[in-house]
Design a binder for this molecule. Sequence first.
Ligand SMILES: [Fe+2]
Ligand SMILES: [Fe+2]
Length: 175
Amino acid sequence: MLASDKLIEAFNQQIGNEMGASLQYIAIASYFDSETLPQLARFFYRQSAEEREHAMRFVKFINDVGGKVKIPALPAPESDFASAEEAVSRALSSEENVTRQIYDLVEIAKADKNYVGVRFLDWFVEEQLEEVTAMNDLLAVIRRAGADRLLFVEEYLVRQGAPGLESSAAPSGVP
Ligand SMILES: [Fe+2]
Ligand SMILES: [Fe+2]
C-alpha cells in the first residue's frame, strides 16, 4: 500500500467532510429555492455537485494507492436559516473549516513523506482559496444589498456567469 493507515483514515474522514459539505449546500440551495431566489439556489446546487466531486477525488486516491474506502457517518446539515446572510455565513464557515481540514491533511502527508499525497492535496489548497474568496465576496454583496434587495444579488450572480463567483470578481454596479 502506497499510503500509511493514518493517511488513509484521514482521507476517509475527508470523504465524509466533503460529502457533508455537499449535503449542507443542498440544504442552503433549497432555502434559496423556497425564497424564490433561483440564481442563489443554482449557485449552491452547483457547489453541492462540486463537493461531491471533491469527495470522489479522495475515493479515487484511496483506491489508487490500494487503501480501503470506508465512508464515515455524516452529520445532518443545518436546514433552518433566518436570512440569506445567515445561510451564506454558514457556507463561509463551512469552507473555512474545510480549509483547516485540508491543511491538516497536508501535515499528515508531509510527516509520512507521502509526496504523491502532498501533490494530490495541492489542488485542494488552491481550490479552498477560491472557495473561501467566493463565499466572502457573496456574503459582502448580500450585506451590501440588504435583506429587501436580494434581487440585486441575483443580478450579481447572473453577471458573474454561470459557474460561480470568480475569486477576483469586483462586484461593480451593485449598490
Ligand atoms: Fe470541497
Ligand atoms: Fe468547498
